[in-house]
Design a protein around this ligand. Structure first.
Ligand code: PRP
Ligand code: URA
Length: 209
């Protein structure tokens, strides 16, 4: 069974509360999503492997540590996942970026794929899939299946807000993929929106409604 980590850091919770507010505008929403993504990835990468290296300081030789394990790739689920990419890249500038285009059919709530482009060396990388919302879990589960079909097997999922239904679906479909979230909300409403949630993340991020 995968682990579910909820980040209850005060800075993350404060910023998320502003994002949830229906009166928060596009500019602030976008900035906050990037900031939270940065704070989350700082914690998500806490267990990355390091190796000891000798560094010549102006004073002497120092035993230091540098990243040594698998390189990273960040894969946003379009559209709303795009809002988390720069936050991740601020912390891990060498990460490569893939894209998976999925939208959720408003009637069936099933994900529809329209784009997939991953880095050529993605099988050698640890993949961080990012999307602010994990609702039914259909989009995240399908995206991760595409990534696995291309031979990747070290994958983590980073969401802002999850519904219990989405977490359950992910743990059933992908028990090997750990999930990192800022909040586990109450339930989904009859339209598949997270309650209390923050509304439609893509529309709020890009001002399309
Ligand atoms: C939203 C969100 C997730 C998906 C979550 O995207 O960004 O990708 O819904 O719902 P699910 O867990 O039930 O699949 P949406 O389909 O609205 O597309 P958009 O980002 O292009 O607006
Ligand atoms: N997608 C969103 O953007 N918001 C939700 O609450 C559910 C799916």
């Amino acid at each position: 069974m995968s682990k579910v980590v909820v980040f209850d850091h005060p800075l993350i919770q404060h910023k998320l509360s502003i994002m949830r507010d229906k009166n928060t505008g596009v500019k602030e929403f976008r900035e906050l999503l990037e900031e939270i993504a940065m704070l989350m990835v700082y914690e998500v990468t806490r267990d990355l492997e390091t190796c000891e290296v000798d560094v010549e300081t102006p004073i002497c030789t120092a035993k230091c540590h540098r990243l040594a394990g698998h390189k990273l790739a960040v894969v946003p689920i379009l559209r709303a996942g795009l809002g988390m990419v720069d936050g991740v890249l601020n912390m891990v500038p060498a990460a490569k970026v893939g894209h998976i285009g999925l939208y959720r059919d408003p009637e069936t709530l099933k994900p529809v794929e329209y784009y997939c482009k991953l880095p050529a060396d993605s099988t050698e990388r640890e993949i961080l899939v990012v999307d602010p919302m994990l609702a039914t879990g259909g989009s995240a589960s399908a995206a991760i299946q595409f990534i696995k079909n291309r031979g990747c097997n070290r994958i983590r999922l980073i969401n802002l807000i999850a519904a219990p239904e989405g977490v359950e679906r992910m743990q059933k479909d992908h028990p090997d993929v750990d999930i990192y979230i800022a909040a586990l909300d109450d339930h989904l409403n009859e339209h598949g929106y997270i309650v209390p949630g923050l509304g439609d993340a893509g529309d709020r991020l890009f001002g399309t409604k």
